[in-house]
Ligand binder design. Structure first.
Ligand code: DX5
Ligand code: ZN
Length: 221
């Protein structure tokens, strides 16, 4: 799977104008909407929940909504997000009592399932669940905040996870999240990512279409 998905993280959007901001990045060529959910418990920040996801759907957003749960516990919020219109739901294994069960729960609700690896989480956490996943999300910053610097060891980790996905031969997306910019996206893609979350690099840019098209051409280069 070599097609490139650009998923702007709305964490860096202007929340007072969220509907317009999402319309603007999609019109500028974004593929997915990356939706960061933080609970001030699993991570030291507090953001948005299912009501906001539902509001975006009611506003008319048709693009896939890529929900990144940074919450503990995970399971009880999954059905709420599925009802609210989430397309994919990803969670951190450290936040779930039973990782395999949570994956099945997400899929039983009609959503695609992703597992998120923090910078210090070993890739072996994928050993017995990779075949059940639609997506692996590698964190290239510690979760909780936008605007942090890309942690370089994520490149080697991407290569290792890419190898596992290719060996398995299933169409599992490999997503990277944290510190992704037009300036570093080429080496991130070369390391194996096919799905790119970018918050500050897109929403803090003056021209969303320009930065998204620069990202795409770097990936294709
Ligand atoms: C961090 C979030 C990211 C964040 C990325 O916990 O998961 O999605 O918004 O922001 P940037 O692209 O600014 O690093
Ligand atoms: Zn995220």
């Amino acid at each position: 799977m070599s097609d490139c998905i650009i998923a702007p993280s709305i964490l860096s959007a202007d929340f007072a104008r969220l509907g317009e901001e999402v319309d603007a990045v999609l019109a500028a060529g974004a593929d997915w909407v990356h939706f960061d959910v933080m609970d001030n418990h699993y991570v030291p920040n507090l953001t948005i929940g299912p009501m906001v996801c539902e509001a975006l759907r009611k506003h008319g957003v048709k693009a896939p909504i890529d929900v990144h749960l940074m919450v503990r516990p995970v399971d009880r919020i999954v059905p709420d997000f599925a009802r609210a219109g989430a397309s994919l739901i990803s969670f951190h294994p450290e936040a779930s009592e039973h990782v395999h069960r949570t994956i099945q729960l997400i899929r039983s609700q009609g959503c695609q399932a992703g597992l998120v690896l923090n910078p210090a989480t070993p890739v072996e956490v994928l050993d017995w669940v990779l075949a059940d996943l639609d997506l692996v999300l590698l964190m290239s910053v510690n979760p909780g905040f936008g605007g942090q610097d890309f942690i370089p060891s994520a490149l080697e980790k991407l290569r290792r996870v890419r190898e596992r996905i290719d060996r398995l031969g299933k169409p599992i997306r490999l997503e990277i999240d944290g510190g992704v910019k037009a300036e570093n996206i080429r080496e991130i893609a070369a390391a194996g990512a096919d799905t790119f979350v970018a918050g500050s690099a897109i929403f803090k840019a003056p021209d969303y279409a320009d930065v998204i098209s620069r990202m795409r051409s770097e990936v294709a280069a």
